[in-house]
Design a protein around this ligand. Structure first.
Ligand SMILES: *[C@@H]1O[C@H](CO)[C@@H](O)[C@H](O)[C@H]1NC(C)=O
Ligand SMILES: *[C@@H]1O[C@H](CO)[C@@H](O)[C@H](O)[C@H]1NC(C)=O
Ligand SMILES: *[C@@H]1O[C@H](CO)[C@@H](O)[C@H](O)[C@H]1NC(C)=O
Length: 201
């Protein structure tokens, strides 16, 4: 009796936190939001990527695929966890906005909001000891735009990634192409991902 009550409180708490719990549901959410087509990626995840946004007051917001997050709550930088048997790493995390300046006419997309490598798996927590190529950039959809999709993808890092010269910290973040980049540096397909929707503040 006590135990089952405790268990249901625990599952309520999981729902309240709201992170992704089903790979199938994440894959469906990506498809429903046209993400594989718009990013030109194959999305067959084998793990869950948990992305948490720290808040000035209160607990962090942990994303689930398709969550709407108020722009003011997206300052970041995010922390990353992986749930699944993916090995020790290293991993690459990429975050892109394919909807800039608007989803109807994304003429400057993709915007690269984060690109970092050398993430290693500490019991699920992903930490990097080297600066990211592109540190996290807060979503800033322009006034009048519909919400943008901000898509986080986890890749297994290739040896080619470490020596790539396509993108560095001074490269424009506009007109990025994650599938082209992933293919050029041999990252393969993403192994996990999630996304949020952010409307203008
Ligand atoms: C967001 O933050 C800005 C500046 O800090 C503030 O002016 C604005 O009222 C905030 N908007 C909401 C919806 O909290
Ligand atoms: C970044 O890459 C550009 C070429 O794309 C190059 O001209 C520049 O020197 C590089 N900057 C750094 C800091 O490596
Ligand atoms: C990104 O590059 C791929 C080739 O890898 C191409 O098919 C696709 O159209 C490009 N996407 C954009 C938005 O330019």
């Amino acid at each position: 009796m006590y135990l089952s009550h405790f268990a249901s409180l625990f599952s309520l708490a999981l729902v309240a936190v709201g992170q992704d719990v089903s790979i199938r549901a994440v894959k469906k959410a990506f498809s429903d939001a046209d993400i594989p087509a718009d990013l030109d990626i194959v999305f067959n995840p084998t793990a869950l990527l948990e992305v948490s946004l720290p808040q000035a007051t209160g607990p962090p917001i942990t994303l689930h695929a398709g969550i709407n997050v108020p722009r003011n709550d997206t300052a970041g930088p995010p922390t990353f966890h992986v749930v699944g048997n993916v090995g020790p790493g290293p991993f690459v995390v990429a975050t892109v906005d394919p909807d800039a300046p608007t989803p109807q006419a994304p003429t400057s997309a993709q915007i690269r909001h984060f690109l970092g490598g050398n993430f290693v798996n500490h019991g699920g927590l992903l930490t990097n000891s080297t600066p990211a190529i592109s540190e996290f950039r807060q979503p800033t959809p322009p006034a009048g735009s519909d919400a943008h999709r901000y898509i986080f993808l986890l890749f297994k890092q290739s040896p080619e990634f470490a020596t790539q010269t396509l993108v560095n910290s001074t490269t424009s973040v506009s007109l990025f192409n994650i599938s082209q980049f992933a293919s050029a540096v041999d990252l393969g397909n993403p192994i996990a991902g999630t996304f949020m929707l952010v409307a203008p503040a």
